[in-house]
Design a protein around this ligand. Structure first.
Ligand SMILES: *[C@@H]1O[C@H](CO)[C@@H](O)[C@H](O)[C@H]1NC(C)=O
Ligand SMILES: *[C@@H]1O[C@H](CO)[C@@H](O)[C@H](O)[C@H]1NC(C)=O
Ligand SMILES: *[C@@H]1O[C@H](CO)[C@@H](O)[C@H](O)[C@H]1NC(C)=O
Ligand SMILES: *[C@@H]1O[C@H](CO)[C@@H](O)[C@H](O)[C@H]1NC(C)=O
Ligand SMILES: *[C@@H]1O[C@H](CO)[C@@H](O)[C@H](O)[C@H]1NC(C)=O
Ligand SMILES: *[C@@H]1O[C@H](CO)[C@@H](O)[C@H](O)[C@H]1NC(C)=O
Ligand SMILES: *[C@@H]1O[C@H](CO)[C@@H](O)[C@H](O)[C@H]1NC(C)=O
Length: 222
């Protein structure tokens, strides 16, 4: 009998341990962004309006209502949060809209938005520049003391010669404002995609993946 209870006790202990770990990880993940600031997405704010038809709100985040990807963050409202420094927006690279307005942020690195290729609206304190430069956006305006960067341009569609382009045998894809990624075509790999697979095969799986990311602060692009 005592052995039975001892086993139960151990099992319970294990369960408790796992539960605490889960809570810890969950709160760490949530606290990094969605709970970075008190309350939930502010009513009638741009993120609120966006989320109304596309997802549901948890903390300061809007999560997509896609059953396949329940945990995808599609909107982030960190406005009026007394944030003075942004180093990382963790895995919110799936967002379409981010509001950082009304914060005492003095400096924002372009690299925070590397990989944010869906971002179509970004609200910033009015004195900050849009990441990637004005030319990386369709429209830049100042409204209600916020700088609004709207409609991320596809940097791969630029008409003017950029400081440098994707090399031959590679293709360009957007990778956030001011960023693009060059990926080798099938049958090419290695440094600047200069190495060709011989004999040319029809099995792209056999080709080693190689891609690199470039950053351009656009003032003369497009
Ligand atoms: C999204 O899902 C939540 C519950 O999961 C629901 O309350 C909400 O109405 C849904 N929103 C839309 C736009 O379908
Ligand atoms: C839902 O997911 C599908 C496929 O994954 C995608 O095409 C669609 O844009 C998503 N919708 C939203 C509102 O995120
Ligand atoms: C966020 O990052 C964590 C750890 O890096 C990962 O486990 C989780 O799947 C990510 N969530 C999303 C929505 O990408
Ligand atoms: C910012 O938040 C404070 C409370 O934290 C509130 O009193 C104030 O009205 C908010 N300002 C704006 C512009 O929303
Ligand atoms: C902003 O940060 C960059 C790099 O971290 C630094 O070079 C630059 O001087 C900073 N600008 C201001 C105004 O603090
Ligand atoms: C970008 O556009 C905004 C709004 O039109 C303007 O105030 C700002 O000076 C521009 N920045 C640069 C570097 O041209
Ligand atoms: C960029 O080019 C792609 C492919 O040519 C095209 O589908 C897309 O509509 C273009 N985007 C813009 C903003 O011009």
């Amino acid at each position: 009998m005592t052995l039975f209870w001892r086993k139960w006790q151990l099992a319970l202990q294990h369960l408790l341990y796992i539960y605490v770990l889960f809570l810890l990880f969950y709160s760490m993940y949530m606290s990094t962004l969605c709970q970075m600031c008190e309350g939930t997405v502010r009513q009638d704010s741009p993120v609120w309006d966006f989320c109304l038809t596309k997802g549901h709100i948890r903390g300061r985040c809007c999560f997509g209502n896609n059953t396949s990807n329940v945990d995808t963050i599609i909107g982030l409202d960190l406005a009026n949060c007394s944030i003075s420094h942004v180093e990382h927006l963790y895995n919110s690279s799936t967002t379409f809209i981010i509001d950082l307005s009304n914060n005492p942020i003095s400096n924002l690195s372009d690299f925070i938005f590397q990989g944010f290729s869906h971002l179509t609206q970004l609200l910033l304190p009015s004195k900050l520049e849009c990441p990637g430069g004005n030319a990386s956006w369709e429209k830049v305006e100042v409204k209600n003391n916020a700088k609004i960067c709207e409609g991320q341009k596809n940097i791969c569609n630029q008409t003017v010669q950029m400081p440098w382009d994707c090399p031959e045998n590679s293709f360009c894809s957007p990778y956030g404002p001011g960023f693009f990624e060059c990926s080798c075509l099938h049958n090419f790999h290695g440094y600047k995609c200069m190495r060709q697979v011989r004999p040319p095969s029809n099995h792209p799986k056999q080709v080693g993946h190689y891609s690199f990311i470039a950053h351009v602060h656009c003032s003369l692009c497009f």
